[in-house]
Design a protein around this ligand. Structure first.
Ligand code: DGJ
Length: 339
């Protein structure tokens, strides 16, 4: 009897999830199935738009992966709600003899129009003899591909502009200029412009003297908004933001993006994605809900933010639906039952 009740609930849960999926409703914190019905594995990710398609890259953390390698997944979508698994865009071996505990996190891909190359930035890390902790190497890695879904080929690791680098974030301004955000402990985090071929960094825009991970930026109505989390490992904390009229600053004081006690609803920022439509613009908070002991089950918090006049607010997560054409969104859309 109990078995039957559990099965009915599981079936109902799965049907609701798939129904939400077919209706293109985004369900923050829920399992997000791809076109094959598998939970999307694109943690600490980044998104770019090429033509009509969005590509979402992230840490591939499905169970059963060959532990000698680290993997970056790639998904594509025309509407940001239903995603097709394009495969593992990068399969990478330990680049610098860091040992079995080497780390690849937060992949970000930039498309270089001149070279027609896709350039992937990675946080490459691991233990270093004589230095305490597993994140001592503190470098950026680069891998390159001719196609968006890869295969990407590893090229090199380095310290951006000579600085330590841990969490990385990406920002592409409205004029197409590409920037890397990187955490340089204990100084804060830096925003730097990519070189013409994207194979390195050309110019530091600023150092924001604030301990911050999961750095993200959006340019909205003449203001830059920078967002990030505090340094609490995999645990959620109140994410904060600041604004400036130029990437070089000066930046305002940092403010909470949600009620402090909510700890960003258990999520950590990864990106702010701006969707400009024919009628309006939606800015989406893209964050990770980490589950450190079952990372394959880590979830995503995607939610439209309330933004404007220097204010950025992440409302209570709820199911929502984006209209990719108009740029508008509806929170808690009516449920449409498909036969
Ligand atoms: C917080 C970072 O944002 C994550 O990407 C990861 O590096 C964890 N720390 C590890 O504790």
């Amino acid at each position: 009897m109990i078995r039957m009740i559990v099965s009915i609930f599981c079936f109902l849960g799965l049907s609701l999830m798939l129904n939400a999926q077919t209706n293109n409703v985004i369900m923050p914190g829920e399992i997000w199935p791809d076109n094959n019905g598998n939970p999307i594995q694109a943690h600490g990710g980044g998104i770019i738009k090429i033509g009509m398609l969005y590509y979402w890259y992230g840490e591939e953390r499905r169970q059963g992966l060959d532990t000698n390698y680290r993997f970056v997944s790639c998904y594509s979508s025309a509407n940001l709600a239903s995603w097709k698994f394009e495969g593992d865009a990068l399969k990478m071996a330990d680049p610098d003899s860091l040992g079995s505990k080497w780390i690849l996190e937060r992949p970000k891909v930039f498309y270089n129009k001149k070279s027609k190359k896709y350039v992937m930035y990675l946080h490459v890390d691991g233990p270093v003899k004589g230095i305490q902790g597993g994140y001592s190497y503190a470098r950026v890695g680069i891998a390159v591909s001719n196609k968006p879904a890869g295969p990407f080929k590893y090229v090199k690791t380095f310290r951006p502009l000579g600085h330590e680098s841990r969490d990385i974030g990406q920002f592409i301004d409205d004029d197409g200029t590409a920037y890397l955000i990187f955490e340089d402990r204990p100084f804060g985090f830096r925003i730097a412009k990519l070189s013409a071929d994207y194979m390195g960094l050309e110019k530091e825009m600023c150092l924001i003297k604030q301990p911050m991970e999961g750095g993200a930026i959006v340019h909205y109505k003449g203001l830059y908004y920078v967002l990030g989390s505090s340094l609490t490992g995999w645990d959620a904390n109140p994410n904060r933001y600041a604004t400036a009229t130029s990437l070089e600053g000066p930046w305002s004081n940092f403010k909470d993006v949600a009620l402090r006690e909510k700890k960003t609803y258990g999520a950590q920022s990864s990106m702010l994605l701006k969707v400009v439509g024919t009628k309006t613009t939606t800015v989406i908070f893209i964050g990770d809900i980490w589950k450190p002991s079952t990372q394959w089950d880590s979830r995503y918090l995607w939610m439209p933010v309330e933004i404007g006049n220097g204010k950025l607010w992440l409302p209570q997560p709820q199911p929502w639906k984006l209209d990719i054409n108009t740029g508008g969104h509806i929170i808690n859309p009516p449920v449409v039952n498909k036969p």
